[in-house]
Design a protein around this ligand. Structure first.
Ligand code: GLA
Length: 711
């Protein structure tokens, strides 16, 4: 056995795998250079803490699965028992498989066992070429009786210099709101018990050096890739250790491993950067973009008809919307909720996945043909995991529910969840979805919704969230296997299912049901911490937001929606000719900038005035960029200071000018900054260090700046 050094990009992971116990993480963070065996031994020695009074006689070993038997008195990595026995482990290292090919992720498999407890553990680690680390534990029951697993979580140490925590919380229409605080002693535990990822899920849990920001500071972050109940935590111990970890939250009795059976944890993604939060996003975005299944075709500008018509489905009206959409430059038309049997409002119909014969006497094909005839793709809303008690499905199969015997979970949007762990329920839903896609010509997109928490989610009398989550993944995988050309959006009451496990089998997320551009600025900024813009649905809503009642100019709404998978969710059949023309100009701008927006590096500006936000996307070769400067509110300061435009090549010269072809935002200026009329040419260094004065924007106005190299 040995001391391992995985090195990729600028990240190092050093593991003391000399045994006899589980490998100790010597270092996870910035690259420590090319160390030989002796160098690694010295580094390892240098990190062993002293023994102090009133403590164990040997320093505790903080492994990837911390154990009390190794002197660890923080949160253990494993909790479980076999009828009250085998509740504590002392894993012994059995072997290591190490693979560090030059052109692929470094990979380590750690094999360990505790014969006395009858358990075997496998730890899989990968470090991809951008420095993204993933960890998964597998526990196998090698004993005689059943082993009840309560918790199994990978854990990583973070150095003492990380003293602040940032994570995200939220609710419906306010997903991914940041919260930040000093990292004090104790455990900061973010639990999601929604049976889905949750509006409040922390996309990333970030620990960092004091005052870290978007463009500065050393940061360590983890993401728990699981769409069911899960936990992500940061623990700081009075003994001196700090850790980050995450895994699945298991209900009592949920995972009982029979002899020979095993359990895999969700993947824990871990990323380090010394370039602040943008540095974390760089690694995560480029990792996601390199996936074989990452969407590669230009992301079609989408019209979703939900906020235009709600449940009022009428073929002529929808055809008129499609015509208008085509004129404006839309490329995909999505028919939302309301097309299936009995679905006249949200009290009935879920589960009856047959086209409603009353509303659609000739079926959906005439609309699909009309839409595709205009050159647009056609998408359809489904919510396959759910059932309304007022549905034929429920009346026929009341027992197909996720519930405990004898009672229904509290209703939520008048609906209950189907138990997809039951083969007959699973087969029914798969058959219906498959038939919808097979029986119609031209459905190339599903908006896959999930609109309730799973509460008392029983499966044959036992906890069922784990099985349900796995069944949803299977269902998606199987459907995609049968219909590889169909793209799928992950929606869940807006953005309650945004995680990297669902994104392994879907093509974008719906970030929020809130289309208010001001709220969306924040929701998108923080969703973008994990996801690149092309995976985040961003739509232009109506002038008066349906969810907040704020009123915004089209320019502000469009500038906000520009930076994502762009779309419209607005009754565009009823807008004026002037609005149509302006909307078409914004769609054209998006299409022109789309290759940049959907492949470039995302930067967010740490501007001192909290009422001024700026963000941008810089092309990989740094020849081009686009930035938005948004005024969120009024400021005490009259002129908030020049806005820096980071991320460009310091030595090249760039021309900066307001986006052409779209109207200028409203300002209170008596005269705008002098450079605006002609544009300005500056080096990347000057733009990053000095920046440019921007007009005195009215609150809730945005300026789009296009940047092109002149060298
Ligand atoms: C959820 C989604 C919305 C819409 C409605 C339809 O709330 O988040 O976008 O599809 O369901 O009922």
């Amino acid at each position: 056995m040995t001391i391992l050094h995985l090195r990729r990009a600028r990240t190092s992971l050093v593991l003391d795998a000399r045994g006899p116990g589980l490998p100790r993480v010597v270092h996870w963070g910035g690259d420590v250079g090319d160390l030989d065996d002796e160098g690694l031994r010295q580094l390892t020695d240098a990190t062993v803490p002293p023994v102090v009074p009133s403590s164990f006689d040997e320093p505790a070993v903080l492994s990837l699965l911390p154990e009390p038997s190794a002197g660890w008195s923080g949160r253990p990595g494993l909790a479980g028992h076999r009828d009250g026995r085998d509740w504590s482990t002392a894993f012994r290292l059995d072997g290591l498989d190490v693979d560090q090919p030059a052109d692929a992720p470094a990979r380590v498999v750690v094999r360990a066992s505790d014969p006395a407890a009858g358990l075997a553990l496998t730890i899989e680690l990968t470090l991809d070429r951008r420095g993204l680390l993933t960890i998964r534990h597998r526990l196998r029951n090698d004993g005689d009786g059943a082993y009840e697993l309560r918790e199994l979580t990978p854990v990583l140490p973070v150095p003492a210099v990380a003293t602040e925590l940032l994570d995200l919380t939220g609710r419906w229409c306010r997903e991914r709101s940041p919260q930040r605080h000093p990292w004090q002693h104790g455990a900061w535990v973010r639990e999601g018990r929604h049976g889905r990822t949750g509006h409040d899920a922390t996309l990333l849990l970030v620990a960092g050096t004091p005052g870290f920001g978007f463009g500065h500071g050393e940061v360590w972050a983890v993401h728990t890739a699981w769409s069911g109940d899960h936990v992500t935590f940061a623990e700081r111990r009075p003994t001196g250790e700090s850790t980050l970890g995450g895994g699945e939250l298991l209900a009592p009795g949920e995972i009982r491993l029979g002899p020979g059976e095993s359990y895999d944890t969700p993947l824990l993604y871990a990323v380090w950067s010394d370039a602040g939060l943008d540095g974390l996003s760089d690694v995560l975005h480029s990792h996601l973009r390199a996936r074989p299944g990452h969407p590669r075709s230009p992301r079609p500008v989408t019209l979703n008809v939900w906020e235009a018509v709600y449940f009022d489905h009428d073929l002529d009206r929808l055809r008129a919307l499609a015509d208008r959409a085509a004129q404006i430059g839309v490329e995909r038309f999505v028919l939302d909720d309301g097309w299936f049997r009995g679905r006249r409002d949200d009290t009935a119909g879920l589960g009856d996945w047959y086209v409603d014969e009353g509303v659609w006497p000739d079926g959906l094909q005439p609309l699909i043909d009309h839409v595709t005839g205009q050159g647009l793709q056609f998408g359809l809303w489904v919510e396959p995991e759910m059932v309304n008690p007022d549905s034929d499905l429920f009346r026929a199969h009341r027992d197909w529910l996720l519930a405990v015997p004898g009672r229904l979970p509290p209703a939520w949007r008048n609906q209950q969840a189907l138990d997809l762990g039951r083969p007959e329920a699973y087969d029914y839903v798969l058959e219906r979805l498959d038939a919808l896609l097979s029986d119609h010509r031209g459905i190339s997109y599903l908006k896959w919704d999930q609109n309730r928490d799973l509460t008392e989610a029983g499966h044959h009398g036992r906890p069922g969230v784990h099985g349900q989550t796995a069944a949803v993944y299977r269902l998606l995988d199987e459907l995609r296997g049968r219909h590889p050309g169909v793209e799928i959006e992950s929606c869940s009451s807006g953005g309650a299912r945004v995680d990297l496990a669902i994104l392994a089998r879907t093509d974008r997320v719906w970030a929020s049901d809130c289309n208010d551009a001001l709220e969306r600025l924040a929701i998108q900024r923080w969703t973008g911490l994990l996801l690149p813009p092309e995976l985040i649905g961003t739509h232009i809503g109506p002038e008066r937001s349906h969810t907040t009642h704020r009123v915004h100019d089209l320019g502000f709404r469009a500038a906000t929606a520009l930076f994502g998978h762009h779309g419209i969710e607005w009754d565009i059949a009823s807008i004026s000719a002037a609005e149509q023309a302006e909307l078409a100009a914004w769609v054209a701008l998006h299409k022109r900038l789309r290759p940049l927006l959907h492949a470039g590096r995302v930067v967010r500006v740490d501007h001192p005035d909290p009422a001024v936000w700026a963000h941008g996307v810089v092309a990989g070769d740094k020849t081009q960029a686009v930035y938005a400067v948004a005024r969120l509110a009024t400021s005490v300061t009259q002129v908030p200071g020049a806005v820096r435009l980071p991320g460009l090549d310091p030595d090249r010269r760039y021309r900066v000018r307001p986006a052409a072809d779209v109207p200028a935002p409203a300002t209170i200026d008596r005269s705008t900054p002098i450079w605006l009329a002609t544009g300005v040419t500056l080096t990347g260094a000057a733009l990053a260090r000095v920046g440019v004065q921007v007009p005195a924007l009215h609150p809730e106005q945005s300026l789009i700046l296009e940047v092109d190299t002149v060298d």
